[in-house]
Design a protein around this ligand. Sequence first.
Ligand code: PLP
Length: 379
Amino acid sequence: MEKRYLFTPGPTPVPPEVLAASAEPIVHHRGPDFRDVYESTLRRLKEVHRTSADVLLFTSSGSGAMESAVANLAAPGDRVAVVSHGSFGERWIAICEQHGLDVQAIRYEWGERPDAAEVGAAVADSGVEIVFCQQSDTSTGVVSDVRAVKEAVGEALLVVDAVSSLGAVPLETDEWGIDVVVSGSQKALMAPPGLATASVPAHVLERTKRSRSFYFDWRATKKAQDKLDATFTPAVSLIRSLDVALGLILADGLEQAFERHVRLGRAARAGVKAMGLELFSPDDDTSAVATAIRAPEGIDADELLLHLRDRHGVTLAPGQAHLKGKVFRIGHIGWFDVFDIASALAAVELSLTELGAYIERGVAVPAAFEAFESSVATS
Ligand SMILES: *Cc1c(COP(=O)(O)O)cnc(C)c1O
């Protein structure tokens, strides 16, 4: 019997009461039993999305909500901009291209934070009316200042992928004027994979074109949700789980979640540095979602991950695309505490030693605990 540890930035560990909710008997999705859960989930989603707008709920992974934005907001030939600073930015570009859009890619080095003023200038130059970006590009751990990006792009619609950041770092959808926010159940929202969300206010819905997706049609989805109905059979068991998870998050309050994520990020970085490893993600409090770490000289990151899994039952995340083999990532979104970070660090320390890397031993975990204790100034 082996105990397994999941320390990735999605999917993330799920609290037992959230898992248990999905084991409840199945209810029919067009009856009062489901309507209560649906109503509660949709209401809580608005709170977590910090918006008074409708939050559309889809049975799909996060990429489904991303594609829904493209399919409802643009038509083939439309020129749109994508701010890309990692593999998920490249996903926006791929989705837009597959839908026949003319994409202006505003690219940054992976690991770099987008420059809002530069993005604003590029968008003003081209005159595009829709901009897609990430709040957190989970591939690098970089969290972008989407508030500044929205200010910089002005009237252009800003569609923010917050799949890994919603519930982890502040995102004031209404207050910052973010037009659309998409997210997913399996990251900071502490629920199993399989559900995706998109906040769509009235002013955005008015601008939608005829949806090029039947399944992800925003107008049809809103019309159904308004009656607490669903366009298609939703994953009722997952929605039950998500409802419980959102309830847990809101009971503690989002502010507390944001503070915990900052402190978990500090703990992870302090431990990594104490061991003598080099960070890939920025070494500051914005890196609250995931910590990306460079594999030491002579060690292949993917080999390290396999070793961690096979020898110690610990799952961390690999580097993506050109970072594959070079970088590995510890997630700290959702149901994580400092003991998870300590376990992840201890396992990395052990595996690297077993693989023959030279690292400082016995210092990472104390450093992590010490960093976690530091208080966070909340604005
Ligand atoms: C996880 C993630 C997604 C969605 O991935 P799925 O596998 O489709 O759920 C999108 N964007 C970011 C930034 C993510 O971290």
